[in-house]
Design a protein. Structure first.
Length: 131
């Protein structure tokens, strides 16, 4: 997921697919220009869509990967962030965090996740199994 052949554009890579990157507002929505222009963004995230993209690997198979969400809190206080949708997965799993170890290991999309002050947490959402 973190190794792409194309630059991220914020647009769907093909019709019917999700955007390749979404900048996430802590209140539970995609960031808009006013968020960036506010002069103070203390907490935000980046979501990389992994389940569907248009690249092919060295063997000619479609590339797939887990979705990744990175949440960052630059504020001097702990903050709640509403997690983004997880492309069919039922949870986000914490893979890396700079928090002090009290954070949850899993969190549900659309639910609040407590971010410690001045911390970063990386989540993955496993690609749903296809039949």
């Amino acid at each position: 997921m973190l190794s792409r052949k194309n630059f991220l554009t914020g647009q769907p890579p093909a019709e019917g697919l999700p955007k390749d990157v979404i900048w996430w507002n802590a209140q539970g929505r995609e960031m808009i220009q006013d968020d960036w222009d506010s002069g103070f963004v203390s907490c935000f995230g980046m979501v990389l869509s992994g389940g569907n993209f248009t690249e092919i690997d060295e063997t000619g198979a479609s590339r797939k990967g887990d979705s990744v969400c990175i949440l960052m809190n630059a504020h001097h206080e702990d903050l709640d962030c509403i997690l983004p949708p997880a492309e069919g997965a039922t949870f986000w799993k914490v893979r890396l965090t700079t928090q002090d170890g009290k954070s949850k290991i899993r969190a549900r999309p659309g639910k609040k996740f407590r971010l410690q002050s001045r911390s970063l947490t990386v989540f993955i959402a496993p690609v749903p199994a296809t039949t």
